[in-house]
Design a protein around this ligand. Structure first.
Ligand code: 2P0
Length: 332
């Protein structure tokens, strides 16, 4: 058999209404829906190959990835390969942003690997199924299959076939942007997978988090449809603080913020009071992502860069869904 290879690229996404807790840990089925924005400037490129010649099966930036992340990827490659006829797969990943620092690297990586693996196996899959497949690698990867604003449905079925992401608004449909204030590029202490399980099991605030999600999802859908940035930003800030509150209240507590994280939050509020619109959100790490109008991205980024402790600011705009760079396209 001639070995085949294929390359796919996917963007990271940042949730405005968060995924935080699962109804099924094996299938990565979320306890609630979530809504995100896919970011064009933060990409992962995966080259999958059907040749497995004793080399490590998961390499990132040219180096073998071992331990738990390595095993997680190998299990995912087996899942993809079984789905498309059984050719064993290996993968090379290159990501252009800090990995494991709360920038949703796993979302971009698993969406790209799912697409590259399907293409290398010459498989056929539509985008709904690709979203469900990517979800098995990492929940948030379901959302990176699509560009722009995206909603990932909780779904009701036990097998998860209805827990897929669908696009809400195409990337070019609304001129918004996101400035990412990178406070630390160190690997985080508690990864989001472990954190969300721990929080669901031990935080007395977790039931309140679940109870508030449907209202936020509904309000966010309406705000996006109306292109109401102030409303989108307000819901995102409240939703993210509520998520972090559940973590802070867990036993033992999980606190992701660094001193500079709080400096950025204070600055964002000052900026707004002075007439420059920006709204923050944070994930399982100390970075702060600020959503703003596309025309305000320069001004907002410049302000964030002045905060002591901010190492750099990544400027991002809505980006596309997953795409095949080399190899047959499994969904067209
Ligand atoms: C989100 N996060 O909605 C939330 C907010 C982190 C905080 O999705 O266990 O890496 O692989 O399904 O997808 C990160 O969680 O977790 C995440 P798994 P994942 O963006």
């Amino acid at each position: 058999m001639t070995p085949r290879s294929a390359t796919a690229r996917a963007c990271a996404n940042v949730a405005l209404v968060k995924y935080w807790g699962k109804r099924d840990e094996e299938l990565n089925l979320p306890a609630t829906g979530s809504i995100s924005l896919t970011l064009g400037e933060l990409t992962a490129t995966a080259t999958a190959a059907t040749a497995v010649d004793g080399q490590p099966r998961f390499r990132q930036d040219g180096r073998a990835v071992e331990g738990r992340p390595g095993r997680q990827m190998e299990a995912f490659l087996d899942l993809v390969s079984t789905r498309f006829g059984g050719d064993p797969l290996s993968v090379d990943v290159v990501a252009d942003f800090p990995v494991a620092a709360g920038l949703a690297s796993s979302a971009a990586i698993f969406a790209a690997v799912a697409a590259a693996g399907a293409s290398a196996c010459e498989g056929r899959i539509d985008l709904d199924d690709l979203s469900a497949l990517a979800r098995r690698g990492s929940g948030s990867a379901a959302r990176s299959v699509h560009g722009g604003f995206v909603e990932w449905n909780r779904g009701e079925r036990e097998d998860g076939t209805d827990s897929i992401a669908t696009p809400l608004l195409a990337p070019e449909a609304w001129d918004v942007a996101m400035a990412v204030a990178v406070v630390s590029e160190a690997r985080k202490d508690v990864g989001s997978r472990d954190a969300m399980g721990h929080v669901a099991r031990t935080s007395p605030l977790y039931p309140g988090w679940l109870a508030a999600q449907e209202d936020d999802l509904l309000a966010m859908r309406v705000a996006i449809e109306r292109r109401d940035l102030e409303r989108v930003g307000t819901i995102a800030e409240e939703n993210c603080l509520r998520m972090h509150a559940t973590a802070i209240a867990a036993r033992p507590p999980i606190l992701y913020w660094a001193p500079a994280t709080l400096e950025v939050l204070a600055l964002v509020r000052r900026m707004r009071a002075e007439g420059l619109g920006g709204w923050f959100t944070m994930d399982a790490g100390p970075q702060v992502k600020v959503v703003c109008a596309g025309g305000d991205l320069d001004a907002v980024s410049a302000k964030l860069a002045e905060v002591p402790g901010v190492a750099r600011v990544i400027r991002a705009r809505p980006g596309p869904g997953v795409r095949i760079l080399e190899g047959p396209c499994p969904w067209s």
